[in-house]
Design a protein around this ligand. Structure first.
Ligand code: SF4
Length: 291
């Protein structure tokens, strides 16, 4: 849950999730629909699907015991070097580091060297005796990430009170490295065509044409340059919606109709038991103003 998401956002979701699924077995018996509903609003839904898939693999193939080798862990859905190393450190107390953006920044600052010029794996390998001079590797993995998040922050690091400032090259240097990554913002125009009916329902298709929202329930979406006959639809509203590095300029069109294409189903604009992503909920909100 914490990947790309702040702790304060995650806490209520985590509490609900662990209240509902008290064991690995309970989680593995769940299904995608249920998990996605609980994850609704948290975003990056691939994490939820992978978590469920991992629980099933663990139960069915590993007798509920997480492997303790990185090669084996990387065979699990959604687990790569970062998550694999985090698990080995946090669960098995192994001498390893989860190299996220915070950890990279800490090393980059201590060396006063640009992140892109550092080979982090090599750096860790060469310094493993000093880095892992502890039997509390689990704490070390977590502490280093936290240190980057709350002390050696992206902007205005707390150098004056930092326990590393005597050896930190960034602190001592007059020529401090900068590691600001410019976010590449992409603008896209989307015209969204919503079939609605008098029962306050909207027609949604199972698959989205927007790749990062694949498999979500979405109103019919075509890019602005599509050949759809706009004159057949009424214009409702335009607004902007940012998702990650995408800035979507959205125009909503609607049509009251009882007939919908076969791939569509009706969904209530007010209450749904099914998982509806935030992006779609915002469309619901706009369409609801018609009633
Ligand atoms: S002295 Fe400043 S820049 Fe260096 S590690 Fe500490 S907080 Fe980061």
């Amino acid at each position: 849950m914490l990947q790309q998401t702040q702790v304060k956002t995650v806490v209520p979701y985590f509490k609900n999730f662990t209240k509902k699924f008290k064991s690995l077995k309970a989680l593995s018996k769940s299904n995608e629909k249920e998990i996605l509903k609980m994850w609704e609003g948290l975003g990056y839904y691939r994490r939820a699907r992978n978590l469920l898939a991992c629980s099933k693999v663990l139960i069915n193939k590993y007798n509920s015991k997480l492997p303790n080798k990185i090669e084996e862990l990387k065979k699990f859905p959604g687990i790569g070097d970062y998550t694999g190393n985090a698990l080995l450190g946090l669960i098995y107390n192994k001498p390893t580091l989860a190299i996220d953006g915070n950890v990279k920044r800490v090393f980059s600052r201590i060396l006063n060297k640009e992140e892109k010029k550092i080979n982090f794996n090599k750096l860790i390998e060469q310094n493993k005796k000093n880095l892992f001079n502890t039997n509390r590797n689990a704490d070390f993995v977590e502490a280093l990430m936290e240190f980057g998040a709350i002390k050696c922050k992206p902007k205005d690091p707390n150098c004056l009170t930092c326990c590393l400032n005597k050896s930190c090259k960034y602190f001592k240097s007059n020529k401090k490295v900068k590691n600001f990554r410019k976010k590449m913002i992409k603008n896209k125009d989307y015209d969204i065509f919503c079939y609605i009916n008098k029962k306050k329902q909207i027609a949604l298709a199972k698959n989205s044409q927007i790749s990062f929202l694949k498999n979500f329930n979405m109103p019919k979406i075509k890019e602005s340059n599509s050949s759809i006959k706009i004159q057949d639809w009424k214009f409702l509203k335009s607004y902007k919606n940012s998702i990650s590095n995408l800035k979507l300029n959205i125009k909503i069109y609607y049509k009251f109709s009882n007939k919908i294409p076969s791939s569509y189903s009706w969904y209530s604009l007010e209450k749904n038991k099914e998982f509806i992503p935030n992006f779609t909920k915002k469309i619901f909100k706009q369409v609801s103003t018609l009633f």
